[in-house]
Design a protein around this ligand. Structure first.
Ligand code: SAH
Ligand code: SF4
Ligand code: F3S
Length: 468
């Protein structure tokens, strides 16, 4: 399954919005999770009134923003290789008299701050994830030949100060959209940088989210994926002034005209309430997919990770979810080689995967992150052992993914049509289970939901037949 959950891979370029002759251009490259994809769009929205159009080539950009991820060492290292490339582009453009500003945004910006300016001359601006609404004033400062760092964690809601996307920008982005409803994390798993790079948990008010979703839906969006590092810990201000749960928010969004599908990610097992599980049974617009990271099947490792749940509790949640929605596509995240993980403890993870049968999952080798408690642990696992465990786990997960996708063959599923396929007369979209589906059709179908009978399993997608 080509799952909707992206991890630390470069994202597809932003859609290019038509450029006038004297306009400035911004190129934004995002790494990491979906929240960075959403943030990239919001940065483009805040820059649009400043005269910036988006471009998908850095060579044609007056402003280049690297929207970075710090989750694992490899992700963080990418920033420096990208900056090397951008240095050349900046020099080339300078030769023809063109100025190029380079900004580093996102979680590496937040973690390294001024260190990024010391390490490279290419960077003009370092902007943390809570300061995007200040981009115009920060860029004005940069233009007075200062190098600027802003990695504050302001107390206010940054989203309250970000403009909504213009209608044509929403349309250019397609029928499925991300919408961040919650940011930050208070859980402090011992391996993870997110609580340090995104700060404390903040939830947006229900009214603001409904307003944004209504705006998106009126411009053609049919599916919204609600985002948060701990999305099910959502506790934003509700209509009566008290705090609302994610379930209440989902029910409020189900009333937004023209919005047909709702998803949410990423959830934490400890916040998987019974009412949220029940919503999977009673709320038809809530799609049958759930991303619920477990990380490990060993209780000792889970305790060392500060996950505060056992594998038994995780299994119990999955049982309840499957009772509510038997066909749900379950996905998860795993870390292999957490410090001190024994062969037997790794086998506990393999057993859990065997028992649960996931539709897809991400698995990672443990990567020590500076400043996190696990990084100082004395019994780090060797690269060779981690690699062996990862390959073993990934091969099992791959088999389960194929088995899950095979179950859809012969079935007719509703597909939200998102784009043209590579071949003539072919369209692409997503099934309720977030599988990528290709089928016969035409571009007038974009933004509609059509029944497609699945015929073939491809390596990363399904092929099917649409019969009008
Ligand atoms: N908030 C989500 C996801 C956070 S990051 C959650 O709690 O599950 C996404 C995934 O990256 C995590 O689920 C974890 O599997 C992985 N990850 C985080 N830190 C890591 C590290 N130091 N090394 C390897 N993988 C890591
Ligand atoms: Fe990281 Fe844990 Fe928070 Fe997820 S819950 S973002 S893994 S600290
Ligand atoms: Fe990466 Fe930051 Fe997301 S560290 S995974 S971009 S929250």
């Amino acid at each position: 399954m080509d799952s909707a959950h992206f991890k630390t891979s470069p994202q597809t370029p932003l859609p290019v919005v038509a450029t006038g002759e004297n306009k400035r251009r911004v190129f934004i490259k995002s790494f990491g999770c979906q929240m960075n994809v959403y943030d990239a769009d919001r940065m483009a929205d805040v820059l649009a009134p400043e005269g910036y159009d988006t471009t998908n080539t850095p060579e044609s950009a007056d402003l280049i923003i690297l929207n970075t991820c710090n989750i694992r060492e490899k992700a963080a290292e990418k920033v420096y290789s990208e900056l090397g490339r951008l240095r050349e582009i900046k020099l080339d453009r300078a030769k023809s008299g063109k100025e190029t500003l380079v900004a580093v945004a996102g979680c590496v910006a937040q973690a390294e701050g001024a260190g990024l300016l010391r390490n490279t001359k290419t960077v003009d601006l370092v902007v943390g994830s809570q300061s995007y609404h200040k981009l115009p004033e920060l860029l004005a400062k940069v233009r007075t030949k200062q190098r600027v760092v802003d990695t504050e964690f302001p107390t206010g809601d940054k989203f309250a100060s970000l403009p909504m996307a213009a209608r044509e920008r929403v349309q250019a982005r397609g029928a499925s959209a991300f919408l961040t409803i919650q940011e930050g994390c208070d859980k402090f798993c011992t391996f993870c940088v997110v609580p340090y790079t995104r700060g404390a948990e903040i939830s947006r008010p229900v009214a603001k989210i409904v307003e944004e979703a209504t705006h998106l839906a009126s411009a053609g969006v049919r599916e919204v994926s609600l985002l948060g590092q701990n999305v099910n810990a959502y506790h934003g201000q509700g209509p009566n002034g008290g705090s609302a749960t994610l379930t209440q928010l989902l029910y409020a969004l189900a009333d937004v005209p023209h919005l047909e599908r709702l998803r949410y990610t990423t959830s934490h097992p400890n916040d998987m309430s019974d009412e949220l599980i029940e919503a999977h049974k009673y709320l038809p617009k809530l799609m049958p997919s759930l991303h619920l990271p477990v990380q490990s099947g060993s209780n000792r490792i889970l305790k060392a990770m500060n996950r505060k749940h056992t594998h038994e509790e995780y299994r119990c949640i999955i049982d309840k979810v499957r009772q509510a929605r038997p066909d749900i596509a379950l996905t998860s995240d795993f870390i292999v080689g957490y410090p001190g993980e024994t062969d037997a403890e790794f086998e506990d993870t393999v057993k859990l995967v065997h028992d649960i049968e996931f539709a897809a999952a991400y698995s990672f080798k443990y990567s020590p992150r500076p400043g996190t408690p696990a990084a100082d642990h004395k019994t780090q696992i060797s690269e060779a052992v981690m690699q062996e465990r990862l390959l073993h786990l990934q091969s099992l997960l791959r088999q389960q993914q194929i088995a899950f996708n095979q179950q859809t063959i012969g079935r007719t599923v509703n597909v939200l049509v998102e784009k043209q396929g590579r071949m003539d007369g072919q369209m692409g979209g997503r099934s309720p289970y977030a599988q990528a589906v290709h089928f016969n059709g035409n571009i007038s179908m974009i933004g509609t939901i059509v029944p497609v009978t699945i015929t073939t399993l491809m390596p990363n997608s399904l092929t099917g037949l649409y019969t009008p």
